[in-house]
Design a protein around this ligand. Structure first.
Ligand code: TXA
Ligand code: MG
Length: 351
């Protein structure tokens, strides 16, 4: 298959491209597209064969459900059994935007889209091109992140092509995404809303709108969770660069000392080592391939560059990567959730 690269305008697709995408979706094909979080790999969510193709292209386990993306609120009511009042309020506050809500699905949503579950995850993305793509696909687009299963999610069209060239019909290049981490997932199908995946929209932001919100045990803590996470995807190894990654946490100076020692040992053995640091700390390191992924005082830069930095290490010959921890005030939970998974929960605590 030849993967077509379509360049998006700043705010819209041209008519010919819109029609091309519409035809691909109609024929059950796959189109990758930008959203405000990460690039998604889209297919018609109501066509079971189309969503099965997503699993094949990504090499994704078939029990890991897809998010259904919509472009208008009224469409939500046509695919779920009930929309609780709290969900209406969250939608009012955060849609279109980086929030996914889980509902009891109705029969229109095939089990191949929900990984066999009776619930469906739904999101209205805050990105003009994404909304047009959803419209071109008839209003319901299943879209996981457009990476090979297990790899860092794509924040550039280039990343999509690294993983998906020849496996999908088209990718829409809309430049670099804004947020850089996947949407917050909150389960609205039970009596109390539960966060299943942390993201830009935090518990505090939601609690201001609807009161008490819980967090799934599977996503708290720095050790792997042995129970069954409610978001099936959270149990798989994820977001990982090719070289093993270790997080070193503790007081800044001690972290730098420890990483410098570890890197020196590797170099003496004839290996290359990578370091993930920040603008504020990069000068503490003396050897190795040092990347400042962002500025701690502007934490959105760390979130936005995390996945691209992990992928960039794959282009070097590092045999291991050491990273600082990034427990920043707003997005720290989301950043560390992804980084811990990328590291397979390898953490060294100093001091
Ligand atoms: O920001 C995002 O959400 C991106 C963009 C493309 O919209 N999409 C995304 O999709 O991150 P994906 O497939 O990479 O992650 C979806 C997560 C998985 O962990 C999956 O297990 C969970 O959502 N999920 C989907 N449907 C669910 C359901 N019915 N119940 C529980 N978890 C669900
Ligand atoms: Mg993903």
């Amino acid at each position: 298959m030849n993967t077509r690269r379509i360049i998006a305008g700043v705010n819209n697709l041209n008519k010919a491209d819109f029609n091309t995408i519409r035809n691909i979706f109609k024929n059950g094909g796959l189109v990758a597209f930008p959203t405000e979080t990460v690039y998604g790999l889209g297919a018609d969510a109501l066509n079971p064969q189309a969503s099965e193709k997503i699993y094949q292209a990504k090499g994704r386990p078939s029990d890991n459900p897809l998010i259904v993306h919509i472009a208008k609120l009224s469409d939500l009511y046509t695919i779920v059994r009930e929309v609780p009042d709290k969900a209406v309020r969250l939608a009012g506050a955060f849609w279109p935007g980086p929030l996914t809500m889980i509902f009891k699905k109705n029969d229109r949503v095939p089990y191949s889209t929900t990984g066999g579950l009776d619930t469906a995850a739904v999101r209205m993305p805050g990105h003009k091109i994404a909304l047009e793509v959803i419209e071109a696909g008839g209003g319901f687009i299943a879209a996981p992140s457009a990476n090979t299963s297990g790899r860092p999610s794509p924040t550039l069209a280039k990343h999509v092509l690294e993983d998906m060239d020849g496996r999908i019909d088209a990718v829409i290049d809309g430049g670099k995404v804004g947020i850089g981490l996947e949407s917050t997932i909150v389960d609205m199908s039970g009596s109390i809303p539960v966060i299943l995946r942390p993201g830009y929209i935090t518990r505090e932001m939601m609690e201001k709108v609807i009161g008490s919100v819980e967090i799934d045990k599977a996503i708290t803590g720095t050790v792997p969770y042995n129970g069954r996470p409610k978001a099936p995807g959270m149990k798989y190894k994820h977001y990982a660069p090719r070289a093993p990654l270790t997080i070193v946490e503790g007081e800044t100076r001690l972290v730098a000392e420890k990483i410098n020692t570890l890197v020196k040992e590797k170099i003496q053995l004839g290996y290359k080592a990578g370091i993930l640091a920040s603008e504020e700390t990069k000068d503490f390191y003396t050897q190795g391939i040092i990347k400042a992924i962002g500025t701690r005082s502007r934490e959105e830069t760390i979130a936005a560059n995390l996945y691209a930095s992990l992928r960039e290490f794959d282009e070097t010959e590092v045999s291991c990567i050491y990273s600082e921890a990034f427990y920043t005030p707003h997005m720290g939970n989301a950043i560390m959730n992804r980084l811990l998974k990328a590291a397979g929960y390898q953490v060294i605590t100093v001091g």
